[in-house]
Write a new protein. Sequence first.
Length: 288
Amino acid sequence: MVGRRLTITLLVSAFAVGVGGTALGGRCPTPSPSSNRFDIRGLVTQDLLRRANHGRDVVRPDGTLALPRGIKRVWIDVGAHHLETTRAEFERYPDLALVAIEPLAECWDRWPDDERLVGLPVAIFLERGLMDFRVNAADVTSSLAAGKPGSSAALLTRTVEVRKVPVLRLEDVLAALPDSVDIAYLKTDVQGVDLQVLQSAGERLRRVYRVRAEVLGEALYESVGGSRPGTEAEMAAHMERLGFRTVHEDRRHRDAWFDMDFVNVECWSWADRVWQDLRFGRPVGEYE
């Protein structure tokens, strides 16, 4: 049985490379990473980047993220916290790099000191700059958005400290990744601004194969700069416009919040998708 599966995997791999070239993803035209790239260091100091990466320099002189040799695919964890949903997979596959995006400084020392992990000590939103980040009573609920008084999670989302943090657009992160690697998975868990995070990727989101995004079913957070939390319908419509199909909704927690899973069916061929799923399976936590 193992031999048969290995044979099938090798055949699909050979066919996928023959159809699509060496890098499996990115069939749809997107702006070149070298054109109009925003240099992350324009907002994030070298000292702050080193603090989030155990003293390592993670941005190359040309502004791209420093990935070690042998990396074939990348996961992006927006709202990484303690890497609860991505660490197991990251440690399992040596050809996988993880970009962990988290403005909460208390989390960085708990990340592994591994050159395959690039920590970005920022928040993601529609506009770049410095913004207020609210550290809440339960730090996992911390957000750019203020908690809504009277909600079912009001005790958890009560703000205990406000910090200024650098804010990038998601397209800045995607543009800093080389074309030679597949962006296999993107997870967002950012407490009320997930739709805005995905919108900030623009057309570059088409590079990504799978996306998991949190959606609020209850008004747990206030608007940020006039942008309110996105609804399930708004999230689905935005992703569909960019070529993604909704494949699952994970409501294991409660209806106050849930996760939506999307697969890119427009820019990744069926051979690409079969290859990814045969070799790596679905990301941890994704169920159908």
